[in-house]
Design a protein around this ligand. Structure first.
Ligand code: MOS
Length: 748
């Protein structure tokens, strides 16, 4: 197996260290500047006006009163935007969120769509004037049906996502069958930091201070949308107050702010407010998933069918890839995964942490639980029995799959030997205890990246790349890799990220950033070291002058004779000073996994298992998630603290998915009726269980030298079904539509 063939690379103790974020002090002291924190002299403020219907057209828009209000500079609408700036659809040279540019015509396809942008001297003036804009609509009946059956969609052939064997005959002849539909609601990303753009126009260049999970992609899309060369767009995102996927791709407000800045020839700030966060910047779409499982009399899964559909908007085809993990998670000879899109008068959806896999695993791991109950099998043992080291959808071996070890380790740590399967059979005082388990999976990817490292003559290092830190710890990981290879302590390494004018880095999405950036940082560091060593041999005042460069080594920040200890060497900055140079510079460039010959013929994924305990108080129908144990097979862990933090946060988000989160749209108007922080519930401290996280820490030999895979998303996969499985164990109630509500608990 590839695992045993791992390169004999031994990283230093800094890799895997329990290291706090290097940008932590900047954030906790308020020095860190987020996009909306930027202020410029003469800055104007924008407030967007949004539609109050979900379907129809604008008959007329009256900005006359608003335009005369104090401080108002301009009102942008679909009637005048073309004369102000002609925008083009983005999305050819980068990925955009919405294909249609904002304010392009008078058509309304969802409640909350931008219909005007008011620009004023102050935010308050813009806000006041925005309330004075009168829009007259021609309404048509919106399609807001929560049931994702749809005559139009149903008439079209389903898209086949994965297929092997013959599910129909295998299911027909199966001894034990599960045939159920599972539903996950629309969920809204609610990062603390709302989306915002501060746009600055300095002919011929736009500078956009952005809330972006991908500054380089944002630059590419904006260059297309605004029709200017890429070098005339600079996107800056130094810090992010999280994103969860909502900030992956540009949203229309960014282009609106840029257009306004050029038109006014003034910097413009445009923030998306919390209410607009529920309509204008994406959401996880509602899904409806039909699963058919068939097992033979011996308890072997012989047939697995997963048909899913998800809601998308009228103009964009966003597929929530619910079958992400279905084709390869368990061994089965017959399998079919199909999908369909269903259009609704709701804004465009977008990836949300573990897109597809997370709602998909709710369905699959619920159905597997139902099957194990029907088979009277232990849910852990069933999953172990159906483990496979070959991806049966492709026939390729996994680069590194330890799902069985996750299950065994988790069962041991959770105390699964005490599990008694009968419903309501486990008690603690007056409370009924329920235990549930579910598997987790998320793709392991690596994209292209560049990095630049400068070993500076003042003894510090600067490492830079056009990546960004969502809050996950990317800054810290850059410093760790440089420190690992140079022996220079973390506090002397300065990381510069979040600027599209740096050498290009990847988007922080799909849990790809860590695996993607590591090879480029490593190469850039090694190249900078090479330059330092060459400088040492070619500088007359250097103690190593005239020596062959390959007789030297670089450790603990010193250049030394390879055969002698680092302590005998010379600090590199002394050599640079002797050479009268400011820096030894190195660049690194690494390609995507798909182009790596070493990765051909492997299936690359991360795995995990979630064990959940719920406490149920039958007297008052009170349900609480009391304990979660998460065992993650995510490759080598680069930073234990930030990695554990990713899983802890994801588990909390999973409690929200199981018990609280859902965006409810008015069935009449399409307005999110809980579109605010008071009514859209996310877990508070009181809702949080005791959480334990275990990383197996097996380096993936295919992903790269460090063997790291991403771990930003997998922690959420499997939590919601483990909760509903535990609820069933405690109460016998099977919840197939999230979230679990008080009504479903009382329905016994
Ligand atoms: Mo993640 S949904 O790719 O930010």
């Amino acid at each position: 197996m590839p695992d045993t063939a791992a390169a004999p690379f031994v990283p230093s103790a800094i890799i895997g260290a329990d290291l706090p974020r290097i940008d932590g002090p900047l954030k906790t002291t308020g020095i860190a500047q987020y996009a909306a924190d930027y202020h410029f002299p003469n800055m104007a403020h924008g407030v967007a006006v949004t539609s109050t219907i979900a379907s129809g057209t604008i008959r007329s828009i009256d900005a006359g009163k608003a335009e005369k209000m104090p401080g108002v500079l301009f009102v942008l609408t679909h009637e005048n935007i073309d004369s102000v700036y002609r925008m083009a659809p983005g999305g050819r040279g980068g990925r955009t969120s919405e294909a249609r540019p904002p304010l392009i015509d008078n058509e309304i396809s969802y409640w909350g769509q931008y219909v005007a942008l008011v620009l004023a001297e102050t935010y308050e003036q813009a806000l006041a004037a925005s309330a004075a804009i009168k829009v007259d609509y021609v309404q048509t009946a919106p399609n807001l049906d929560r049931k994702l059956d749809d005559p139009q969609t149903d008439a079209l052939p389903l898209r086949t996502e994965s297929k092997r064997g013959d599910v129909a005959s295998a299911f027909a002849s199966a001894a034990v069958k599960i045939d159920q539909t599972y539903i996950t609601p629309a969920e809204t990303h609610n990062p603390m930091e709302m989306h915002a753009t501060v746009a600055v126009w300095e002919d011929p260049k736009f500078t956009l201070y952005e809330t972006s999970q991908g500054v380089v992609n944002h630059q590419h899309v904006m260059a297309e949308t605004l029709g200017v060369p890429r070098e005339n767009i600079q996107v800056i995102t130094r810090f992010l107050g999280s994103g969860f996927g909502g900030k992956l791709f540009p949203w229309p407000h960014s282009a609106l702010a840029a257009v306004a800045a050029k038109h006014l020839n003034r910097p413009v700030k445009l923030s998306v407010n919390r209410r607009q966060m529920f309509t204008n910047v994406g959401h996880r779409p509602r899904t409806q998933q039909h699963i058919q499982l068939g097992a033979n009399a011996q308890g072997k899964l012989v047939s697995l069918r997963h048909d899913y559909r998800n809601q998308t908007s009228l103009h964009d085809d966003i597929r929530e890839n619910c079958g992400e993990a279905t084709p390869f998670l368990y061994s089965t000879p017959n399998l079919l995964v199909t999908s369909a899109l269903v259009r609704r008068n709701i804004g465009t959806p977008t990836p949300m942490r573990g897109p597809g896999a997370v709602p998909g695993l709710f369905a699959l791991e619920s159905a597997i639980d139902e099957l194990t109950i029907a088979l009277k099998q232990d849910p852990v043992a069933f999953r172990i029995a159906h483990d496979t080291l070959i991806d049966e959808s492709t026939g390729h071996p996994f680069s590194s799959r330890h799902l069985k070890e996750c299950l065994e380790t988790g069962a041991k740590q959770f105390g699964w030997e005490k599990y008694t399967p009968a419903v309501g059979s486990m008690k603690r005082g007056d409370k009924v205890i329920g235990w549930g388990v579910a598997a987790a999976s998320w793709g392991a990817f690596r994209g292209a990246s560049e990095a630049a490292v400068a070993l500076l003559s003042d003894g510090t290092v600067r490492v830079s790349s056009g990546c960004q830190d969502v809050g996950t710890g990317t800054y810290t990981i850059y410093a760790q890799i440089v420190s690992d290879r140079t022996g220079i302590p973390i506090d002397r390494i300065r990381v510069v990220l979040g600027d599209s004018s740096l050498v290009p880095g990847p988007t922080s999405g799909g849990s790809v950033a860590t695996a993607t950036v590591l090879p480029s940082i490593a190469e850039a560091t090694d190249n900078a070291i090479k330059v330092a060593l060459t400088t040492a041999t070619t500088t007359p005042d250097s103690p190593f002058h005239g020596k062959p460069a390959d007789s030297l080594a670089f450790h603990e920040g010193r250049v030394h004779i390879k055969t002698q200890p680092a302590s005998s060497g010379t600090p590199y900055q002394e050599i640079l000073k002797a050479a009268k140079v400011q820096a030894a510079n190195g660049e690194g460039k690494s390609g995507p996994l798909g182009a790596d010959p070493k990765a051909q013929g492997y299936s690359t994924h991360s795995f995990g298992v979630q064990f959940v305990e719920v406490e149920y108080d039958p007297e008052i129908a009170h349900l609480r998630v009391s304990r979660v144990l998460s065992v993650i097979d995510g490759g080598r862990i680069i930073n234990r603290k930030t990695a554990a933090n990713q899983i802890l946060g994801a588990v909390v988000m999973g409690v929200g998915m199981g018990l609280l989160e859902q965006t409810l749209y008015s069935p009449k108007t399409g307005q999110p009726i809980n579109g605010n922080f008071a009514d859209y519930l996310v877990p508070t401290h009181a809702d949080c269980p005791k959480i334990e996280v275990t990383f197996l820490d097996h380096p993936d030999p295919i992903l790269g030298e460090y063997g790291a895979r991403g771990i930003g998303e997998i922690g959420l996969a499997g939590i919601a079904p483990a909760i509903t499985n535990a609820l069933h164990h405690a109460t016998g109630i099977r919840v197939r539509e999230l979230p679990i509500t008080i009504e479903s608990l009382l329905n016994t």
